[in-house]
Design a protein around this ligand. Structure first.
Ligand SMILES: *[C@@H]1O[C@H](CO)[C@@H](O)[C@H](O)[C@H]1NC(C)=O
Ligand SMILES: *[C@@H]1O[C@H](CO)[C@@H](O)[C@H](O)[C@H]1NC(C)=O
Length: 400
């Protein structure tokens, strides 16, 4: 009982005089002195003097999203400025020479991304701490995520290079109130995460002053430019290598025997393959008004060629399979068979031809069928040569 009473008394004393349990630390005293009546909405400078803001960026990761034409950047934005209300003499506060400030303790510049593609426009920065120094300097390095518009040119996809920009400026303070400056090392890339799809091949920073329609005062901005190059062995495997297979499929179909039904299967299969790839591209790439990627136009032109090749195959199979033909019209025979055309395209020597003819002189019907087959072979060979020429031209225009 006695013990309980003593405990209660001790507790009551502790409650009644809670201030005496611990004394203010040096930092408490300093914070009280500086922040007690601090208004975070007021720019810490007299109205006629400007606040200088140094800006720099450390890029961690960049990614281009083709579907929405945007660039996503993860970075640390370095900002430092002088806050005249945050000056102190370290000697008076037991030698404290720096102090952490949490997100909403002091004024901070409203640096905003002008070409932001984000709907929540001012939420670029995480609420990280700031560091204040006795001179009034405040350093703030928030981790940031920017999503910015970037006009893409995908003509060379998947071997493209894109130039994108991030335009940063104060949203409300004009150049007379907030002056932007570039810090010593404005773009730092040494923390950039390698092994991503995009490699930064070039970066630069520019400082601009612009007058907008809204207001008479000029506004400043700092624009970071990045040239990104796509590193895409996977896209090469998916998109470029199949072109070779499809071209061969088209060409091989002309070398099958003239009456082989596999011609149609081969061509039809190539058609399906091209369609599947085109659908894949349409999922991957945005629909663009100006230029479509060369690889896509290559595939769609190949689809035209395949359709024509299907028609040719059907025709060739048809004429070479029919039995009991009429004789080949004599003008066709003259043009395609008896002249040098067959010799050149079907590699048949005149002597072999003659021998064939004399041996089978007896049967006129069989001879007619033979002639039709020879005609079919010649058509196949001519088509082959024409397609080779077309493919070489297409390759030249698309990939050189
Ligand atoms: C608080 O400061 C007073 C006066 O300097 C001192 O007597 C007291 O012991 C201190 N209390 C604590 C908890 O340090
Ligand atoms: C901000 O940092 C830069 C170095 O990047 C320095 O030159 C400048 O004096 C600093 N400004 C303030 C107000 O501390």
């Amino acid at each position: 009982m006695k013990v309980f009473v003593i405990l209660c008394c001790a507790f009551a004393v502790a409650l009644g005089a809670s201030n005496t349990l611990w004394n203010d630390t040096d930092l408490d005293t300093l914070r009280n002195a500086l922040l007690k009546d601090y208004d975070t909405h007021v720019r810490p400078s007299n109205s006629k003097t400007t606040t200088d803001l140094w800006v720099g960026m450390t890029v961690l990761h960049m990614e281009i999203i083709e579907a929405t034409s945007t660039l996503e950047t993860h970075a640390w934005l370095k900002m430092n400025w002088t806050d005249v209300k945050m000056k102190w003499e370290p000697a008076k506060f037991n030698g404290i020479d720096n102090m952490r400030l949490s997100a909403d303790d002091v004024w901070q510049p409203d640096l905003t991304v002008y070409n932001s593609a984000e709907d929540k426009i001012v939420d670029h920065y995480a609420k990280t701490n700031k560091i204040a120094y006795p001179s009034g300097a405040v350093l703030w390095v928030p981790t940031s995520k920017f999503k910015t518009y970037c006009s893409l040119n995908l003509k060379m996809w998947p071997f493209d290079q894109q130039k994108c920009e991030i335009k940063l400026g104060s949203w409300t303070y004009d150049a007379n109130q907030l002056k932007l400056r570039l810090s010593d090392d404005p773009v730092e890339l040494k923390h950039y995460y390698k092994n991503q799809e995009w490699v930064i091949v070039d970066s630069s920073v520019e400082h601009h002053q612009t007058k907008y329609d809204c207001c008479v005062e000029p506004y400043e901005d700092i624009t970071f430019y990045f040239t990104l190059s796509r590193r895409s062995p996977m896209y090469k495997a998916i998109a470029v290598v199949p072109t070779i297979a499809i071209v061969f499929m088209v060409l091989i179909a002309f070398w099958l025997p003239p009456d082989a039904g596999e011609k149609l299967i081969l061509n039809g299969f190539a058609c399906v393959l091209v369609c599947v790839l085109l659908i894949y591209f349409s999922q991957l790439l945005p629909v663009m008004s100006e230029t479509s990627p060369l690889i896509v136009s290559f595939y769609s032109q190949t689809l035209y060629l395949l359709s024509a090749s299907l028609i040719i195959s059907a025709f060739v199979i048809n004429i070479s399979r029919k039995k009991g033909h009429k004789a080949l019209p004599s003008f066709i025979k003259t043009i395609f068979l008896d002249n040098f055309v067959e010799t050149v395209f079907a590699c048949k020597s005149k002597a072999a031809e003659k021998a064939e003819h004399t041996v089978e002189d007896g049967n006129a019907g069989e001879n007619a069928t033979k002639d039709w087959i020879r005609f079919a072979v010649v058509i196949d060979r001519i088509a082959f040569v024409v397609y080779v020429i077309i493919f070489i031209c297409m390759g030249f225009f698309h990939f050189v």
